[in-house]
Design a protein around this ligand. Structure first.
Ligand SMILES: Nc1ncnc2c1ncn2[C@@H]1O[C@H](COP(=O)(O)OP(=O)(O)O)[C@@H](O)[C@H]1O
Ligand SMILES: *[C@@H]1O[C@H](CO)[C@@H](O)[C@H](O)[C@H]1NC(C)=O
Ligand SMILES: CC(=O)N[C@H]1CO[C@H](CO)[C@@H](O)[C@@H]1O
Length: 548
């Protein structure tokens, strides 16, 4: 049948599939009725002992059981499973030709065979109606011989002793949990002359059958003796029973699972904290009205990364409103200068941003392009085109770091700024007043072209003086006419009488020599100089104002 011996050495009589039989026999028969030399011997004795375990999905509806057999033949092929236990078929019960003596461990109640219950041990001789039977259990020597119930299909290891005393024709059967010795009082005993049933040669083995429920019968160890007790079974050497039913929670899982879940919770928590911190770190202010300025808006995250977190290493300079940092936009790799301005009120912010956006549309080769802005709770960030040669003030006053600009370079820068102003005053769609022309707002690109930066943030007012104001570092190496013109124009542009100030187109024409220099008489000049002196303006301020 389906009986197999597992690699561990376990005899598995049935495998869980419904309505199957399994048989296992010692391969060679034993002499029972006669001595080995052939002389007739009356009534030999024998003893069988074995350890078994029966697994059922449900102990109450278990099918069907197993039996240990001593029989005339090992051929039980003409038998049936289920209640027939693989010992008989449906028409040969009780037939003397069956020639078997069996001890059944019956886990199913069957009326046909007058079973006493669904958990009993019975002595069967050619017939499944037991000669004698008893509910499973044992008389406990440790408890004054009181009867203890056992559940055959509990999947607990139990030991069975089947003994036949040939002299007294006495059959006795005992059952006990595997860790106990054979009880003094057997569970069952009966008087029966097995010589009338069994021939000279007998086969010793097991039979089991399943019905409509998943059940498995195992024999873990077995011993047999003729004319002596069955040798003791060393229970420490028994094979392991396979795990059955739903997977039990292992010790490893009991330890690992909490640790893993704790780690998981910790990881999720940390991630949430990091995400929240990240949100706060990169948090911006954004309002509905800003959508119209959309393209000019930068994310704080991008600016943060562009400037390497506003590191001091990236600091380009510090102005009146805040620090300016060099940066490289992460995606486009465009170089930028980011001005960080702290502000504490939302007042005028809308107008300011509108201004920023409109300035962003200013496009002139002499104007530092404003790329856009970003707004946070207490700061505003302005993003400009990066000017690699820095601001003009560094060349004029920070002599150690920068070379002296030649007159030609200076005059070029003056003309550059004049054309930037012409564009702002007269050429663009709106009139834009810069109102803060000074060397630190004149930036120089990599071709040393003058570029006007920084709109609308400061309200200062400077003026200049004649050639005294020309930078001594030039050591006289300059075009006196041009220098005078530049200074005169500077003064004229800041004339207290507004009507006398030239417009930027005229300024540029003067600078380019397209128009004769303005006719400034000395009275005018002294007036100006005097008024300046009265205002206690220093020569440095004058120089600054005229950028030369
Ligand atoms: N677009 C830019 N490219 C390179 N450097 C810049 C740029 N804008 C400003 N800087 C540097 O940062 C310094 C401070 O700028 P800013 O705040 O505009 O000065 P201020 O407040 O004096 O007008 C400038 O002097 C200049 O060195
Ligand atoms: C049990 O054995 C039978 C016959 O060999 C086989 O068809 C069946 O698949 C087996 N069942 C299991 C659960 O291994
Ligand atoms: C005068 C001066 O510093 N010029 C520098 C302007 O920037 C370019 C490019 O960065 C340099 O090559 C010049 O030396």
């Amino acid at each position: 049948g389906v009986a197999t011996i597992t690699p561990d050495g376990l005899l598995e009589l049935t495998n869980g599939t419904f309505r199957l039989r399994g048989h296992a026999f010692h391969p060679t028969p034993f002499h029972f009725g006669k001595a080995p030399n052939g002389t007739a011997v009356q009534a030999q004795s024998f003893a069988v002992s074995y350890v078994f375990a029966i697994y059922c999905v449900q102990a109450q509806t278990c099918g069907h059981g197993m039996a240990s057999i001593v029989a005339a033949s090992s051929n039980f092929s003409d038998t049936m499973p289920t209640q027939y236990l693989g010992l008989i078929n449906d028409h040969n019960n009780g037939d003397p030709a069956n020639r078997f003596f069996a001890v059944e461990l019956d886990t199913n109640w069957n009326d046909e065979f007058k079973d006493i219950d669904n958990n009993h041990v019975g002595i069967d001789i050619n017939n499944l109606v037991s000669v004698n039977s008893s509910s499973a259990g044992y008389y406990d020597d440790r408890d004054e011989g009181n009867f203890q119930n056992l559940t055959l299909a509990s999947y607990k290891m139990m030991q069975v002793w089947v003994e036949y005393d040939g002299g007294r024709k006495q059959i006795s059967v005992s059952l006990a949990p595997v860790d106990m010795v054979k009880p003094t009082k057997p569970l069952l005993s009966t008087t029966y002359n097995l010589s009338t049933v069994l021939p000279d040669m007998v086969y010793v083995g097991f039979s089991a059958s399943t019905g409509s429920f998943d059940s498995r019968q195992y024999v873990l160890g077995w011993s047999f003796g003729i004319n002596r007790p069955a040798p003791a079974i060393d229970i420490t050497k028994l094979p392991k029973l396979p795990r059955q039913g739903p997977k039990p929670r292992s010790k490893v899982l009991e330890i690992v699972l909490p640790i893993v879940s704790a780690a998981f919770v910790l990881a999720v928590g940390t991630t949430i904290i990091l995400l929240v911190r990240r949100r706060l770190r990169y948090a911006e202010l954004r309002e509905d009205w800003e959508t119209e300025f959309g393209p000019h808006r930068f994310s704080y995250k991008d600016l943060f990364h562009a400037t390497k977190g506003f590191k001091n290493k990236n600091l380009l300079g510090i102005g009146g409103f805040g620090k300016v940092y060099k940066g490289v936009l992460p995606k486009s790799k465009v170089e930028i200068a980011v001005k960080r301005i702290s502000h504490d009120s939302k007042q005028g912010m809308k107008e300011f941003v509108a201004e920023v956006a409109s300035i962003g549309r200013l496009q002139h080769r002499n104007i530092v392009q404003l790329h856009g802005y970003c707004r946070r709770k207490a700061e505003l960030l302005l993003v400009y085109e990066y000017m690699s040669n820095g601001s003009l003030d560094k060349y004029l006053y920070d002599q150690e770091k920068k070379p002296t600009l030649t007159w030609a370079q200076r005059y070029k820068i003056i003309k550059d700024i004049a054309s930037a102003l012409l564009y702002l005053h007269q050429e663009w769609e709106k009139v834009v007043l810069h109102r803060d022309i000074k060397p630190s707002n004149v930036l120089l690109d990599d071709g040393l072209n003058g570029r006007l930066g920084d709109f609308g943030l400061i309200d200062h007012w400077h003026q200049g003086i004649l050639t005294d104001a020309v930078d001594t570092k030039l050591r006289g190496a300059y075009n006196v006419d041009e220098a005078c013109l530049a200074l005169k124009l500077g003064l004229l542009c800041s004339h207290p009488l507004i009507n006398l100030r030239p417009n930027m187109r005229q300024v540029l024409q003067y600078l380019n020599g397209d128009m004769p220099p303005p006719d400034l008489n000395l009275a005018h000049m002294s007036f100006n100089i005097l008024s300046l002196m009265q205002n206690e303006v220093s020569i440095d301020d004058l120089r600054a104002a005229s950028m030369v």
